[in-house]
Write a protein that binds this ligand. Structure first.
Ligand SMILES: *[C@@H]1O[C@H](CO)[C@@H](O)[C@H](O)[C@H]1NC(C)=O
Length: 215
């Protein structure tokens, strides 16, 4: 009896550990109803009888993003914002284009692990583990190579080559979210006090003001 109870507790524990993703399905699908006034964790479902094939469809990833920007990269996201039928399914993807020497700057996906495949070119990629180790795991990827960025860790990709590069990233959330480190820390609205950032980064406040001005 006691060992049976122990087994149940173990099962319950392992089951809760297995839920490290978006919620499991209780029906075939739950197409996001973006007009709903009901606020839930995710989007309310539209009436499944009104489901259309377009609710599961997106076209456009054959087109390169515009990399004429300061970072020299463009992310074309395909998540629940583009495909309503992804709601609650725990998956999404993105195409990333990189100009020569362009980069997808250090950022976090708060809700997703990412698995990235290089379609064209070479990328220097990496992620950094949490405190206190802050260990960098980095590698040069070539066409066909695949790399994993664990959920919530700071990661980046840099185009190593003189040619453009293209990658496809799959993410374990319908809505992975992005926190770009530089933009969020130095470009928040309203700004974080320069004194706080000067102390955090151990630099002169003038330096912080200079960086603030870039965002
Ligand atoms: C790409 O972005 C740049 C900068 O915003 C803009 O000047 C240019 O017209 C865009 N090119 C295309 C093809 O949209």
């Amino acid at each position: 009896m006691a060992s049976g109870f122990f087994l149940l507790v173990l099962l319950a524990l392992s089951a809760s550990h297995a839920l490290a993703s978006d919620p499991g399905q209780l029906q075939d699908f739950c197409i996001a109803d973006r007009t709903s006034q009901v606020f839930v964790n995710g989007f309310a479902c539209k009436d499944p009888k009104t489901a259309l094939v377009e609710d599961f469809f997106f076209s456009g990833l054959h087109m390169a993003g515009n990399t004429s920007n300061k970072q020299g990269s463009a992310v074309t996201a395909v998540n629940v914002a583009q495909i309503a039928g992804l709601n609650t399914l725990g998956i999404s993807l993105a195409r990333v284009d990189y100009a020569p020497y362009g980069q997808n700057p250090p950022h976090i996906h708060p809700r997703a692990t990412e698995i990235l495949t290089v379609l064209e070119g070479s990328l220097y990629v990496g992620f950094i583990t949490s405190n206190p180790e802050n260990k960098l795991f980095s590698k040069v990827l070539n066409k066909g190579d695949v790399f994993v960025f664990p959920q919530g860790l700071i990661h980046f990709q840099f185009n190593y080559g003189t040619n453009k590069a293209i990658a496809i990233a799959a993410l374990s959330s319908k809505n992975p979210g992005v926190i770009t480190i530089a933009n969020t820390v130095f470009g928040s609205n309203p700004s974080i006090s320069g004194d706080i950032l000067a102390k955090a980064f151990q630099v002169d406040k003038k330096m912080v003001d200079h960086i603030h001005a870039q965002f």
